[in-house]
Ligand binder design. Structure first.
Ligand code: AGP
Length: 605
């Protein structure tokens, strides 16, 4: 998953570097850019292993003003992490940056005898060499001929030496968004890099050619026909894209969660009812469908797991939940009687996108729960519900998870009511509970220092276990992922009732365990499981409602949580776990926002 950017306008070098910093969360093992002066054809290329901050260091100070360029932050796929494998790649008159994977690059290298023209190990350089081979002065013809030879996924951004002030782009699966305004034109992998230039953008269609110039752009299909574009407006506060004084984006995004939840509630709770719009089309589907299939990856999958629990509780429906990478390679039965729900913050995760495409082909009704408007999944789904959480820059998902959760709470409540499974009174009371969630989350955030103190105990621990029952277990799966991905502590969530069937063998003197005991009907069983692991030497921290904190504080360290009704405890509980994980990572001196080996958007299978 890489970040790509193209910019035409004043001060292009600085603008590309700033844009790369906003895209760096998509991949950050190397970075590079290529820039040109106005009306000139000489291309300056700077690239290196490392972060954008390292790239800045190798760019000579000069008062040269560049007016056109392309840039790239890399998450290595073909070819190791090195200066020579960093993008851009230049071959003859062609300079390109690429996001995606060209699956037949080795065959193309052989078929067109390109090996002697290559210096890197990347698939991208093969594309540059092929483009250059086909280029005879007609850029679109060269692009068309090249693209027809490619198998795989790509977002290609291209400059030709003898065509100044112009950038070309073409894509298949991997996204490109485009904005054009007074004195500037910009394209990027996702809107995060273009917000400061424009509050509206269009998504480039697949297999069409964008020609971007200072004062114009054209989008043409491969037959040369003009292709209309559809603009997406963002209502996010575009000034919110910086850290605003926080040490890491994750800290800011944790704190943003109460206001994100409030925004969604105000968008969808109308006259004390849950109104999704769509002219009632979604309501009809929620009433009709009794087969629900939820597919996602990572954090989004964990939100889907809670969603399935809610469909069971409020609708009496068993919803299937599958990880997208397994779903697309397994035998699945989908048909026109299935409501398929894809969950994705980015709307670009390739496994989830592929699953959504399969569901669409099978005739299922496809609903997407997304954060990024205009994303690839929004263009496939029949209906998209937007969490509108604003740009989530930290690789570790926080506000995306809690806003996805809230979507599932509202969908399951509405479906239960429409199916006659829950009464109007229950729905009204549930809506009152939903309105208490933001304050409950804010109260946990206010106690971050207490949580920080407890988190210090595990900084040097190699392993940590999280145990709980019912809803607690599902939330702990997300909590364990948070700690794992940003602190590199091997943390796993276990169903407390399952410990005795093997995992309890992992408990020894001093093993750190976080036990969540917020579900009243399960608390006695959960506590007896906790006693079993404490008896074997575990250091246990409890996550419990404030009303029970006193009962446990003699025996355990307790993180007290605001007393919501059991089923809503997922929200304060996950905020506590996010804060806990954040401080472990920060206190270990790690890059909380950009953990090793990870990238924010997984656009490779
Ligand atoms: C979670 O913190 C990670 N960022 C990762 O698991 C992420 O949730 C997953 O890659 C899915 O991303 P998406 O929501 O953009 O599809």
């Amino acid at each position: 998953m890489c970040g790509i950017i193209g910019f035409i306008g004043n001060d292009a070098l600085a603008k590309i570097l700033d844009g790369l910093e906003l895209l760096e969360y998509r991949g950050y093992d190397s970075a590079g850019l290529a820039v040109r002066k106005e009306d000139e054809t000489d291309t300056q290329i700077y690239k290196c292993q490392g972060r954008v901050s390292d790239l800045r260091k190798i760019i000579p100070n000069s008062d040269a003003s560049f007016s056109c360029g392309i840039g790239h932050t890399r998450w290595a796929t073909h070819g190791g992490v090195s200066d020579v494998n960093a993008h851009p790649h230049k071959s003859g008159k062609v300079t390109i940056v690429h996001n995606g994977i060209i699956e037949n690059y080795a065959l193309l290298k052989e078929e067109y005898e390109l090996s002697d023209k290559l210096v890197s190990e990347t698939d991208t350089e093969v594309v540059a060499a092929l483009l250059n081979k086909f280029y005879d002065g007609n850029p679109k013809e060269a692009i068309k001929r090249t693209v027809k030879k490619l198998q795989g996924t790509f977002a290609l951004v291209i400059m030709f030496d003898d065509i100044p002030n112009t950038i070309f782009a073409v894509r298949n699966v991997n996204p490109i968004v485009v904005a054009h305004g007074e004195g500037h034109a910009i394209l990027a992998s996702d809107p995060a890099a273009i917000y400061e230039y424009s509050k509206e953008y269009f998504v480039l269609d697949e297999n069409v050619i964008l020609t971007l110039e200072p004062s114009a752009y054209t989008v043409e299909d491969f037959d040369g026909n003009q292709v209309p574009v559809e603009f997406t407006k963002v209502d996010w506060d575009v000034t919110s894209t910086g850290k605003q004084g926080y040490p890491f984006y994750m800290a800011k995004e944790i704190d943003e969660q109460p206001s994100c939840i409030r925004r969604i509630l105000s968008n969808y709770l109308i006259n004390n009812d849950i109104d999704f719009g769509f002219n009632g089309e979604l309501d009809k589907a929620l009433k009709k469908y009794n087969r629900i299939c939820i597919v996602a990856c990572g954090t989004a999958l964990h939100a889907g797991m809670v969603g399935a629990q809610l469909f069971k509780k409020w609708c009496g429906i068993t919803a299937e939940v599958e990880m997208a990478s397994e779903f697309i390679y397994s035998d699945t039965v989908l048909d026109e009687n299935t409501l398929f729900i894809a969950v994705s913050q980015s709307g670009e995760t390739i496994d989830t996108l592929e699953a959504l495409n399969r569901a669409k082909e099978a005739g299922a009704l496809c609903l997407a729960i997304l954060n990024v408007r205009g994303s690839s999944m929004s263009r496939v789904a029949d209906m998209s519900l937007y969490t509108d959480a604003g740009p989530e820059i930290a690789v570790a998902s926080t506000k995306a998870y809690t806003t996805q959760l809230l979507m599932f709470y509202m969908i399951a409540l509405k479906a239960g009511f429409l199916k006659g499974k829950i009464s109007e009174d229950y729905l009204e009371s549930a809506i009152k509970n939903l309105k208490q969630i933001p304050n409950a989350m804010a109260k946990v955030i206010e106690k971050k220092d207490d949580i920080h103190r407890l988190s210090k105990e595990v900084i040097t621990c190699p392993d940590l276990f999280m145990v709980g029952r019912g809803l607690d277990y599902l939330v702990l799966m997300e909590g364990a992922l948070k700690l794992k991905e940003i602190s590199y502590i091997h943390s796993e969530a276990y169903a407390a009732g399952e410990l005795k069937h093997g995992p309890i063998a992992l408990i020894s003197e001093g093993t750190p365990v976080i036990a969540a005991v917020t579900q009243t009907n399960l608390i006695s069983k959960a506590i007896s499981n906790v006693k079993e692991i404490k008896a074997r030497g575990a250091n246990v921290v409890l996550l419990a409602k404030n009303e029970l904190k006193e009962d446990f504080s003699d025996e355990y360290h307790v993180i007290g949580l605001p007393d919501l009704e059991d089923v809503y405890m997922a929200f304060p509980e996950i905020v506590a776990l996010q804060i806990y994980s954040y401080f472990v990572s920060a206190d270990k001196g790690l890059d909380v926002d950009k953990p090793r080996n990870l990238a924010k958007v997984v656009t490779v299978e």
